[in-house]
Every structure is written in C-alpha cells, then in structure tokens.
Write a protein that binds this ligand. Structure first.
Ligand code: ZN
Length: 292
C-alpha cells in the first residue's frame, strides 16, 4: 500500500514536470539583448519589454546584457539558436558585439531567425553592414548618404528611396502623432484601425540605410511645426533577411512610451510574427487606449 502511494506520487510528480515543460515548450522563446549605450535607459525599458511579452501568455523571455568588457574580450556570445526571436534593445553608442557573435547572429538570421528592433536599436552599429540590412534604415552615429537612401512615403502613397546627401536620423520634440496603416493585410496590422494615436514620443525622421527587402507597415507624418521633414516617415516596418524575419518599430523612447497601448499591441504582435510568421495575439477592443 505504502509502495503504491509512493508510486502514485512519483507518477503525479512526473506528470507535473511533463506538463510544465510542455507549457514552456509550446511558448515562443525570446531573448532580449541589450547593453551599455548613450541616450536611452535600457536598464529601465528591458524589464517592461519583458513584462509586455509575458503578459500575452505566449512568450518565455530571457535576457542577455553585454558589458564593455564582454564586448571587447569576445566573451559576450549568447546562443541565439536557442531562441525563436531576438529583441534588440540596444541604442546609440552601443558597444559592438564581438565579431564572432556578429557572425553567429548573421547566420542565425539568414537561416530563419527572428529579430525585433526597438526604437534606438536602429541607432546602433552603423558600420556593421549586415545588421544595417536587418534594420533596413537607421539614424545617427555618422550615418549619411554612404549608409544608403532615405526611406519614406510621398503624398501619392509611393515608397521613395531618396539618395540625396545628408545626415541620417533626426527628431523634433516629443509630441503626439498619428500612425497611418500602409499594409492593412499584413498579419501584424490585420484588425488594427486604419489610423491610431501614439505619443508623446520621439518621431524619428530622415532614417536611411540599405532599405532593401523592407515593407512599410505604418507611417507617421513628420510635420515641420514639430521640426520634422514634412514627410510620411516609416514607423513600423518588416524586413526579410535571408530566411529571417525582422519587425522594426521606431516607437518607444522610454518606459512611459512603451507602456502605451499602441506600442504594446504592435510590439507583441510584431514579436510573434518575427518568431513564427503568423499572428494570433488579438487586437484589444479598446486599442490603443488599453491599459498595461
Ligand atoms: Zn529615444
């Protein structure tokens, strides 16, 4: 009898372990990568990005932070192959990843990995050529016409690749702006309203880069009154890199901006799409006013 009891307990415990690992196994594995940078507080934003993903119930999230030392001595080498998607929360002035880590990431992406570029991640690493293909466009840190064309949508709704010389990357004061959906049938955008508000946030403009294999999902009009360009600037994008998928959002300067419904839903759905090519996360009925 006693033996049977222990057998039952053992079977019960084995069942628990199996069901826990099954649950984790069915979730999308995310790695958030960040590190020291100037102009943005990754220590504050990364935990909130993690919470946003976990709240959907769809993701398990790990975090990997480089240091000046581990970037310089080559010891920063997360195992990207363990993850369905890598969320890059790097920024202006970030230390370059070690060369072997850069190559490993390029290989991971080319073979079908997923990546999400959050806000200032498109400022990072202007001379890492393949990374700039993954983000399509970026800004600051010496970017100019040698980085590639400016990318925007003109008043006729046509995508423009403008090779005229000039610096890449600018923004006026933080303000509220409207996002205009440009690819309503894309899985990330399906079910979202045709236009929706975001901000106050920085509205990046004059981004430039290789701008290859990029789909503009949504734009924001950068008004000259807000020291912008008078152009419809790309705000949400997807990029194909080999077999890999990238979701690129210019939104989310700091914690209060990434807690906005407009960011939360597009980030969750964009991360799912980058990982799987599909989107199952629903659009909240009160989007973009839902509380996080
Ligand atoms: Zn910013």
């Amino acid at each position: 009898m006693r033996k049977n009891f222990f057998t039952l307990v053992a079977v019960f415990m084995a069942g628990l372990v199996t069901s826990c690992s099954d649950t984790a196994k069915n979730k999308i594995k995310v790695l958030i990568a960040d590190g020291p940078q100037r102009a943005h507080k990754h220590e504050d934003t990364t935990p909130v990005l993690k919470q946003i993903l976990e709240k959907s119930g769809l993701f398990v999230v790990d975090h990997s932070r480089s240091t000046e030392e581990s970037s310089a001595d080559g010891s920063y080498k997360p195992d990207f192959s363990q993850y369905d998607v890598v969320v890059v929360n790097e920024g202006f002035g970030a230390n370059y990843w070690p060369e072997a880590t850069q190559k490993a990431f390029e290989e991971y992406m080319a073979q079908g990995g997923g990546m999400v570029s959050v806000h200032a991640a498109n400022n990072s690493w202007p001379t890492w050529k393949e990374y700039n293909k993954m983000t399509a466009v970026g800004g600051w840190d010496g970017r100019d016409e040698k980085s590639g064309p400016y990318l925007y949508i003109n008043s006729e709704g046509e995508v423009v690749r403008d090779t005229s010389p000039g610096k890449g990357g600018s923004h006026g004061p933080q303000h509220e702006f409207e996002l205009v959906v440009r690819a309503s049938d894309h899985p990330i955008m399906a079910g979202l309203p045709a236009t929706f508000k975001h901000g106050p946030d920085e509205l990046y403009d004059r981004l430039r880069g290789p701008a290859e294999n990029v789909t503009i999902l949504a734009t924001a009009f950068s008004s000259t009154e807000q020291k912008g360009t008078g152009r419809h600037e790309p705000a949400l994008m997807t990029i194909d890199y080999g077999k890999g998928r990238i979701f690129h959002s210019i939104l989310g300067h700091h914690v209060e901006q990434i807690k906005e419904g407009s960011f939360v839903t597009t980030f969750q759905r964009g991360t799912e799409w980058a990982a799987t090519g599909q989107v199952t996360i629903p659009v909240p009925a009160d989007f973009p006013n839902q509380k996080f």
